[in-house]
Design a protein around this ligand. Structure first.
Ligand code: PEP
Ligand code: MG
Length: 906
């Protein structure tokens, strides 16, 4: 750990820089960098993320003692640059204290503004600024924030309101006023007194008057907030390790609430929802930081173009817009010009879309933050491709800029155009985060999470959201808020999550107590259905049907770019012609796994299948198999046709047979009648199939080896379909795969059945098909003796679901009973059935590939377990030299991008 714990910046000089994100956090590193490139930033200092870890190791007292000298010197550094003094009555310095982790975690941790005020300093500030209202407004905000964050006054129960907000409501009610800014100076002073009284009553302690004591309280509270519940939840969702810690940024305050020549705002160099290259953002005149994001006042647009668009969406007339909600471009043209120039400079400097915060104090512009903006999946792709076209970044950078998992959002269904036209529009809000969503209305985050767990789709409806709502937002299909703009908490978080969100739908009235929602006379209750269009801001009554997304435009171009760099081929796991077609449209070139058992579950097929299983003689089985053959052939015909010209890897029957037989009396009676035997006989046979450990029992090639007639029938069906297609002029490439082998003879005896059956069929039909016979490597022993298996098998496909199950000894079907505890206790970092265990299971894959190719150098190797669509696992597959990955259709573009990134990263 470095001994330097505090890094200063200000006036064009900084001890840190952009590359030091790990140590200074994103905010701290960028504040330093902005200084270095001449952007006006209030001076300050950053306490490193290492100190955060030290804080949790050594405790508060020790860390404060370690920091004391450096922090005091850094405070003097700010005093010198600002020409004022912390705690001074005539010429006071006030500071802000903010968190700032390596990865941005919007709204997760705590911020304290206006620190350094007490009764005397407030009086001094009033005199110095000549603006008493500003001084006491700042003071009451400080006491409130400090009370909530540092002194623990913020309520933890969702039904309780903030004690300070309650006092504000009382004071306003006494005079019959509505808005905060209508309060008189005396009322602001009264608030301060009442706030302090509430603090004393609740905590038993006086509000601290010594600015240094206030500063230490705030610094420690920011560190503590790294471990608050919502920050922990956010880290879990985003995969951010706790060890990263947060930095603390202390900066000279600049004030957006000093009157009408002051303002505060948030802006983006491009549109974070759509990715369009349009400078946009929101600001509020005479307001302080949190007012814009908190959604309490309606923020105004930065640009005139944005303002006109906003007014059109909100159905606001031009004269009202121009007089009450003018854009910054119209209202403060000079400041706007400066802001616009700096945002361009920052985007060019970082070569990426920037999300910036600024304050205007008495006509002077200050930047408080810049960072690479969070964006939707759509915006991610558009911005990367636009920056590439503009020459700002190269192809490889464009590929690496896109997060594979985020492509998922672009592949979600969109509203069916016809259904959307018919739908009743209830109201309109802001198109805060695009997409289509429909579900049942819920009002509280915990309900959203619970309903979601019960398998329901919900839309979370709130007046405005706060970080406490995170779990609910994550569980919901979409989010609707009554208040808040495009940079409100709901909008920013929803975009980060890729969730559809309509914010600031002013016409909705929410009654939390009665759990109702009223829109223009339509009353909706909890549980009623609504639909949201996050791209237009429309809210519809009921469920609006959706249709699948398509790969077009920038996404199609990105996919082309992937093809240019990628070495891994991406196939799909598909069991129906429809799924195969969907995957083909997403760019899958072949099928890596067709699980034949999924085809058996339709009515006629399941009957024949059951008959086959329940028969206790070879003749009985063959009779039933003859019934199954045409069904199977038809299924394979459709699949081979939809992947014409590409390999289609069909796996022989795999699951334990008891999965197919009826376990209920009614089903057993039906089977008895069908087969002309007694129910008792059926029951006896069903019972005899029961196993103590079916996953390790009579399944996989153990079925084909005990009942070779099943293998023969499936071979006939696969190759018969191929022959039919070939006769029709198609170009089928079937592959036949033997599952679950561990011993080479399990493979070669099955292979013999397949080859003999093929020979016979080709003679009967007078047509030959070129086909391959391969195997799955999913039993650890198979990986260990892969060189022997490869002498016989023409290809390997790693079945990492079973391989994970048998390597860890965790049941695929029962892991849920202990996985949460293992994750909680950090015995495991992730679910190994979702993310490939590269160290253990990966070693078996690596070994299997090497050993296999030692006896068959051109051995084709692929993966068809769930991991084949998980980006990190795909990259691993690239590194160990697999030829292809195979994944479910909707993950194909994700795997394609991950595969291209793996090649570029190499
Ligand atoms: C596997 O085990 O990884 C596999 C693909 O087969 P299944 O999931 O059908 O057992
Ligand atoms: Mg398997």
């Amino acid at each position: 750990m470095s001994e330097k714990r505090v890094y200063t910046f200000g006036n064009g000089v900084a001890e840190g820089k952009a590359g030091m994100k790990n140590l200074l956090g994103g905010k701290g590193a960028n504040l330093a960098e902005m200084n270095l490139i001449g952007v006006p930033v209030p001076p300050g200092f950053t306490i490193t993320t290492d100190v955060c870890n030290e804080y949790f190791e050594k405790g508060k007292e020790k860390v404060v003692a370690l920091l004391k000298n450096e922090v005091e010197n850094a405070v003097h550094h700010i005093e010198n640059l600002m020409n004022c003094k912390f705690g001074d009555v005539q010429n006071p310095l006030l500071v802000s204290v903010r968190s700032g982790a390596r990865a941005s975690m919007p709204g997760m941790m705590d911020t304290i503004l206006n620190l350094g005020l007490n009764d005397e300093v407030a009086k001094g500030l009033a005199e110095k600024s000549g603006n008493e209202r500003f001084a006491y407004d700042s003071y009451r905000r400080f006491v409130q924030m400090y009370g909530d964050v540092v002194l623990g006054m913020k309520p933890t129960n969702k039904e309780d309101i903030d004690p300070f907000e309650e006092i504000i409501q009382q004071v306003k009610a006494e005079r019959g006023i509505k808005l905060d800014n209508e309060m008189s100076v005396d009322e602001l002073k009264k608030l301060v007194a009442l706030f302090k009284e509430a603090i004393k009553n609740q905590t038993g302690k006086d509000f601290p008057t010594d600015p240094m004591e206030q500063l230490w309280g705030a610094v420690c509270a920011v560190f503590d907030s790294w471990m608050n519940e919502r920050a922990i939840l956010y880290r879990k969702m985003e995969g951010i390790p706790a060890e990263w810690g947060t930095a603390v940024n202390v900066q000279a305050m600049v004030f957006g609430n000093m009157g009408n020549t002051s303002a505060t705002g948030v802006c983006f160099s491009r549109d974070a929802a759509t990715g369009e290259n349009i400078f946009n953002g929101e600001y509020l005149v005479n307001a302080q930081g949190e007012d814009v994001v908190a959604g309490i006042r309606t923020p105004q647009q930065i640009t005139k173009e944005g303002s006109l668009r906003w007014a059109a969406q909100q159905l606001i007339d031009e004269d009202v817009r121009a007089s009450q909600y003018p854009s910054m471009e119209e209202n403060m043209p000079e400041i706007f010009a400066e802001l616009n120039a700096i945002q361009e400079k920052l985007e060019r400097h970082y070569h990426d879309m920037q999300d910036m915060e600024f304050t205007v104090q008495d006509g002077k512009l200050w930047f408080l933050q810049t960072r690479n903006g969070k964006r939707t999946g759509t915006a991610m792709v558009k911005i990367a491709m636009d920056l590439l076209r503009e020459g700002e970044i190269d192809e490889k950078t464009a590929l690496l800029r896109c997060e594979p998992n985020k492509l998922d959002e672009l592949l979600h269904p969109v509203f069916d155009k016809a259904a959307q036209k018919q739908a009743k529009v209830l109201t309109r809000g802001l198109p805060a985060s695009p997409g289509a969503a429909c579900g049942q209305v819920v009002f509280f985050a915990d309900d959203a999470a619970r309903w979601h767990e019960e398998g329901k789709q919900v839309i979370m409806v709130r007046i405005e959201t706060s970080p406490e709502d995170l779990a609910g937002m994550s569980a919901a299909e979409g989010i609707l808020t009554a208040r808040g703009g495009m940079t409100s908490h709901a909008a920013v978080v929803a975009r980060g999550m890729g969730k559809c969100c309509v914010s600031g739908a002013g016409a909705i009235n929410i009654n939390y107590k009665q759990r109702t929602l009223e829109i223009d006379g339509v009353l909706l209750r909890e549980g009623d259905y609504i639909s949201l269009n996050g791209s237009t801001g429309e809210v519809y009554l009921g469920e609006v049907t959706t249709q699948p997304a398509k790969v077009t435009g920038d996404l199609a171009e990105l996919m082309e770019l992937c093809n240019k760099y990628t070495k891994l081929v991406v196939r799909t796991n598909a069991d129906t012609p429809h799924d195969a077609q969907v995957a083909h449209n997403f760019g899958a070139v072949g099928i890596g796994l067709c699980r034949t058992e999924h085809m058996f579950f339709e009515s006629e097929k399941i009957k024949a299948m059951r008959e086959m299983i329940l028969a206790d003689t070879k003749e009985g089985r063959e009779k039933a198999l003859t019934k199954l053959l045409p069904f199977q052939r038809q299924d394979f015909y459709g699949i081979l046709k939809s992947m014409d010209g590409h390999p289609v890897n069909v796996r022989l029957l795999d699951p334990p047979l008891h999965e197919f037989v009826p376990h209920d009396l009614e089903g057993q009676q039906a089977m008895a009648a069908e087969m002309g035997i007694s129910v008792q006989e059926i029951q006896h046979r069903v019972n005899s199939l029961s196993e103590h450990n079916p996953m390790l029992g009579h399944r996989g090639c153990r079925l084909g080896n005990t009942y070779p007639e099943i293998t023969a029938m499936q071979t006939r069906a696969i190759l018969g379909a191929a022959i039919q297609l070939k006769k029709e002029g198609f170009d089928p490439h079937p592959e036949i795969m033997v599952p679950l082998i561990g011993v080479v003879h399990e493979f070669d005896q099955q292979e013999k059945v397949i080859r003999d059956t093929a020979k016979q069929l080709f003679e009967e039909e007078g047509v030959e098909i070129n086909f391959h016979v391969g195997t799955m490597i999913e039993v650890p022993r198979a990986a260990l003796v892969a060189e022997n298996i490869a002498k016989k098998a023409e290809y390997f496909s790693f079945g990492t679901n079973d391989l994970t199950q048998m390597t860890f000894g965790y049941s695929r079907d029962d892991i849920a009973s202990f996985l949460p505890v293992y994750l909680e206790k950090k015995i495991l970092n992730v679910d190994p059935f979702q993310v490939l265990d590269q160290k253990g299971v990966g070693q078996l894959i690596d070994m299997g590939v090497k050993k296999g190719r030692s006896t068959r150098p051109n051995l084709v190797c692929g993966i068809c377990g769930e991991h084949g669509g998980e980006p990190e696992s795909v990259k691993f597959c690239h590194r160990v030299g697999l030829n292809y990955v195979s994944c479910s259709p909707f993950r194909v573009p994700i795997a394609r991008l991950a595969a291209a990134q793996a090649a570029v990263e190499e």
